[in-house]
Write a protein that binds this ligand. Structure first.
Ligand code: ADP
Ligand code: MG
Length: 320
């Protein structure tokens, strides 16, 4: 515990000269100006210890993740990040924690050239709320409602490692040290697919980022688009670490894992080549995993075309 006050804390760890915003930390409001013809894309995520992150996470990884999950929402909309705000509740002024947290946060922000333009700081149980602001040409945002029958369902990167790590920490699965360290990175330092989201503008018909699990998040697209889908669970991309686990575990982690921060998106089959070019440009792998149907609901099949009947519900914060 120290005697550092609120304003000194903001000054020391969070106030930095804005590079792009017209007015940053220190005034009653920040001022940001999207370019002419652009819409402002806005998203907020709240992270609470024990629910969204474990006390074992290092402060710099926590700083990274708090911003990454928000940038992932901009990515899903095809928006270019501009700026963000940070609301922080801290149980005490822990300099070591704040040094690490600010380092991880600012490092990711620097990579995307975005400014921390304001926020609020209070004493309380550790909680972090970030709001990101992005810009997207008017009418060009990727939305959940554009999937049409016949469109292909695509997934970026790999699914399930974050959930495998969580089950490792919970003691439900036994992972050897090297595996745990690798899958733990997926859980603690996810990479928001901002470049892919931008590259998919005008190509993808719908998109969502996977925060609660593939089945649940694809379900949001299906509902918003009034369609259904058939997905090959054996085609869902997964790491070698997850791929060497028992099949049931692989299915749970890829289908209902959560915390993946990959993009699930749809595109017309005619656009397959353009999807692959966009992914190559963004440096991210993409995999076709299924097809949109006019019949509502999600049908899971295996690689041989047999129905997979296990009920893999998405992780729901209020049910678990
Ligand atoms: P107000 O009382 O006018 O809401 P505050 O006294 O809470 O303002 O904050 C002073 C300034 O510091 C404001 O510009 C606010 O946006 C900024 N600020 C507060 N907390 C943070 C934080 N955690 N990170 C970045 N900026 C912050
Ligand atoms: Mg305030």
């Amino acid at each position: 515990m120290t005697t550092i006050g609120e304003f000194e804390l903001i000054e020391r760890w969070f106030a930095r000269a804005p590079r792009r915003a017209a007015l940053g930390v220190g005034d009653d409001c920040a001022l940001i100006a999207p370019a002419p013809g652009q819409q402002l894309a806005v998203s907020t995520d709240l992270l609470v210890e024990g629910r969204h992150f474990l006390a074992t996470v290092s402060p710099d990884r926590l700083g990274h993740k708090a911003l990454a999950v928000n940038l992932s929402d901009l990515a899903a909309c095809g928006a270019a990040p501009l700026a963000y705000t940070l609301a922080l509740a801290l149980p005490q002024v822990d300099e070591r924690f704040l040094d690490g947290f600010a380092r991880g946060l600012h490092a990711l922000a620097d990579r995307h050239r975005i400014d921390l333009v304001g926020g609020d700081t209070t004493r309380g149980p550790l909680a972090i709320a970030i709001t990101v602001f992005g810009e997207v040409p008017a009418g060009a945002a990727l939305r959940r409602s554009g999937a049409r029958p016949g469109h292909t369902v695509w997934v970026s990167g790999t699914l399930g490692d974050a959930r495998l790590a969580l089950e490792g920490f919970r003691g439900n699965v036994d992972l050897d040290g090297g595996v745990l360290q690798r899958v733990r990175r997926a859980m603690e330092i996810p990479e928001p697919r901002v470049g892919l989201g931008l590259a998919l503008r005008g190509i993808a018909s719908s998109a969502v980022d996977v925060s609660d699990g593939f089945v649940g998040d694809l379900g949001h697209v299906l509902k918003a688009s009034s369609v259904g889908a058939t997905v090959d669970v054996d085609a869902l991309p997964r790491s070698g670490d997850l791929g060497s686990r028992p099949v049931g575990e692989q299915r749970l982690c890829t289908l209902a894992g959560g915390d993946d921060y990959e993009l699930v998106f749809t595109a017309s089959p005619d656009a397959a080549l353009r999807v692959r070019e966009a992914a190559a440009q963004a440096g991210v792998a993409v995999t076709a995993v299924g097809r949109i149907d006019s019949e509502r609901g999600l049908r899971l099949i295996d690689g041989a075309g047999r129905a997979v009947d296990e009920a893999y519900a998405a992780f729901d914060h209020f049910r678990s």
